[in-house]
Design a protein. Structure first.
Length: 462
């Protein structure tokens, strides 16, 4: 097609149609998409996002748990312009580096817990988790423990969408027809108190989860297990907050059996829970590896980071005669522009005390949203700080879920959107994970819209 005909085509067609004809969206229901297409978003400012027609919405999900400092930040725009004029990109293989890549490495080591002093860069969370697995396998091979390959994960865990990260993801409804390498993964029960506690006390429930993990380790054999993956709070699986000392005890099991503990902090780091890193500072766990993405650059540019401990680094970085190369790397590992944006983003988060702001307003947000559990269809409101969810039920006493065809999360979502708020529907849930700029006014507006949306949904169902 020549340029003239492309221009004519663009003038004749709207973006909604172009998108529908040519784009495959992540996580698409093709049937619905062919009817409805997608909304074209055109602009963002602070915690608002605007569609093509200029309609404003409160962005209750920060893009996708990631625009932590808010949309349209001019300092980031200036940083991008300056760095791309200076050096947007150069490869980082072997002996090439850049100031932003090195400086961000220092900063990430500073904010990361314990001995997590070494970073391998990628462009997102899935890639960061894949890197963690490859490093763990490489590490144990070098230690002469080649059988340590298996990965412990949990039902409902979300770790990404590449072939390997998707296999580690425990949301089985997403696995269908992809033939993922499940033989590498063992899935444990999710610490999902609302659904999995049963008749046990909370203590008994935690004991059950820990015992189940230890039994699995013994059955598979510690010599066959490389690592355990855990999100501090499980995100896409339903904003599941693990009870009590679950994290400390599962971490202790990893130490006992020489299993690497990987904290997937793709959502939970960079302020969403009021801390720069939550595994250590909320759950008192020092991971062997930590994976960051999303809030690391507030979504302004693709960036991910896999942090590894001194101990792992010492092993993998020892010169080897027969295999001198650590043969892992991506064209965009340590992308200069991405790293400079990451640095600026962290500078803004720290300078403007976003963690303090979230620590102050998070409990208010939790409390106000929690009041919505007065509605008959709201089974549970859960989460922490700026990472919250509502789970809807047909029967509050029995916790019976709505049938999938009721599409309860989507129904509330549609009403909220009409009223000017974007939330995320996931099955029987709605998730809220707004930009960390959310203040009392935005929280109050969000609660009012949620209230009205739930009431409208209840009316629809009668
Ligand atoms: N890990 C967690 C906890 C996530 O929530 C996500 C994405 O939502 C990922 C990993 C995957 O990140 P990405 O989509 O950047 O590959």
């Amino acid at each position: 097609m020549n340029m003239d005909s492309t221009n004519i085509k663009r003038q004749q067609k709207d973006y909604w149609t172009l998108d529908k004809q040519h784009v495959i969206h992540p996580y698409t229901n093709f049937e619905k998409f062919s009817d409805e297409g997608s909304v074209i978003y055109a602009k963002g400012k602070g915690h608002h996002i605007y569609d093509e027609q200029g309609r404003a919405y409160l962005d209750g999900i920060a893009g996708l748990w990631c625009v932590n400092i808010g949309h349209g930040n001019e300092e980031i725009a200036e940083t991008m312009a300056k760095q791309s004029q200076k050096l947007a990109y150069y490869n980082t293989f072997e002996d090439a580096s850049s100031k932003p890549m090195a400086e961000l490495g220092e900063k990430l080591a500073e904010i990361s817990p314990g001995a997590l002093n070494h970073v391998f860069y990628g462009t997102g969370g899935s890639m960061g988790n894949d890197t963690a697995v490859k490093i763990a396998h490489y590490y144990f091979n070098l230690l002469g423990k080649p059988n340590k390959k298996k990965i412990l994960s949990r039902d409902l865990a979300y770790h990404g969408s590449t072939y390997l990260a998707h296999a580690i993801t425990g949301i089985s409804s997403t696995h269908m027809s992809f033939d993922l390498p499940h033989q590498l993964v063992h899935y444990l029960t999710a610490p999902y108190t609302y659904r999995n506690q049963g008749d046990r006390t909370l203590e008994e429930f935690i004991d059950f989860l820990v015992d189940e993990m230890e039994e699995a380790i013994i059955k598979i054999g510690p010599d066959n297990i490389a690592m355990f993956f855990a999100e501090p709070i499980m995100g896409a699986g339903g904003v599941i907050v693990p009870p009590g000392d679950y994290h400390k005890r599962t971490h202790a099991l990893c130490k006992k059996y020489d299993i690497l503990y990987v904290s997937d902090e793709v959502v939970t780091a960079f302020g969403r829970l009021g801390k720069m890193v939550s595994s250590k500072y909320l759950f008192d766990v020092e991971p062997d590896m930590c994976v960051y993405a999303k809030g690391i650059s507030s979504g302004y540019i693709p960036l991910g980071a896999t942090m590894i401990s001194d101990q792992i680094h010492q092993v993998i970085s020892k010169p080897k005669k027969d295999n001198p190369y650590f043969s892992h790397g991506f064209t965009y590992s340590g992308h200069a522009l991405s790293c400079q944006v990451g640095l600026k983003n962290i500078e803004i988060l720290e300078r403007d005390n976003f963690c303090g702001h979230v620590s102050k307003w998070g409990p208010y947000f939790e409390e106000e949203l929690g009041k919505l559990s007065e509605y008959g269809i709201v089974g549970e409101v859960r989460g922490s700080h700026y990472m919250l969810a509502l789970e809807y039920v047909q029967n509050k006493e029995t916790k019976e879920s709505f049938a999938p065809e009721v599409n309860i999360g989507k129904r509330v979502y549609h009403h909220a959107k009409q009223l000017g708020l974007i939330i995320r529907p996931i099955g029987n849930l709605n998730v809220l994970s707004p930009p960390l700029t959310y203040d009392q006014k935005a929280i109050d507006n969000t609660i009012n819209i949620m209230r009205e949306s739930i009431e409208r949904t209840i009316k629809d169902l009668i």
